[in-house]
Design a protein around this ligand. Structure first.
Ligand code: AMP
Length: 187
């Protein structure tokens, strides 16, 4: 299966996506993880991304699309994949559609939107304490999410691929909702 996750920072996408990818036996790819790792290693990609990461800004579309394009060609994506944190803008979603056409023409099976109130997110992000979880940066990331990423839900809804899930609740509860969403589109 080919799945993408859409949701604001702190919605629990990371944890849920790892679990779901493992259960389905598909590749998990978090563009945020790849970018943070690249920064730690000091690679050219990491150096390029570093300033954006610190400020809670999006890394330019062409950089992220190229990163995903390289991974999509890898053998570990042949059985399917789950993208966590990609696409995050309309141009990224369009680029992904194009990439899928180039890689065998199979469209996505599912886009999951994690629905959660902003207040709840602020509480969670305080507790997480990652370097880009400072108040100002968090607000900026939420603003960017609302402006640039949330509209992707409509993009996938128009294509009949979207399922929304309530992201508030215990890990198990949210996973059960996620699993229902997956079952609803499984061939
Ligand atoms: P995440 O781990 O998904 O919350 O991403 C952390 C940071 O990585 C974001 O605030 C962006 O700076 C960058 N990032 C991750 N994925 C993308 C993407 N698809 N497009 C642009 N920037 C991204």
């Amino acid at each position: 299966m080919r799945i993408v996750f859409i949701g604001p920072p702190g919605a629990g996408k990371g944890t849920q996506s790892l679990r779901l990818a493992e259960k389905l036996g598909i590749k998990h790819l978090s563009t945020g993880d790849v970018l943070r790792e690249a920064r730690e290693l000091g690679t050219p990609l990491g150096l390029q991304a570093s300033g954006y990461l610190d400020q809670g800004q999006l890394v330019p579309d062409d950089v992220v699309v190229q990163l995903v394009a390289e991974r999509l060609g890898g053998g570990d994506c042949q059985r399917g994949y789950l993208f966590d944190g990609f696409p995050r803008t309309l141009p990224q979603a369009e680029a992904l559609d194009k990439l899928l056409q180039e890689h065998g023409g199979q469209p996505l099976d599912l886009a999951v939107e994690f629905v959660i109130a902003e207040e709840e997110l602020m509480n969670r992000l305080w507790k997480r304490g990652r370097s880009d979880d400072k108040e100002e940066t968090v607000r900026e990331r939420l603003r960017i999410y609302a402006d640039l990423t949330k509209p992707l839900a409509a993009y996938y809804e128009q294509r009949g691929m979207l399922r929304r899930i309530d992201a508030v609740g215990a890990l198990e509860e949210v996973f059960a909702r996620l699993w229902d969403a997956v079952e609803s589109v499984r061939p």
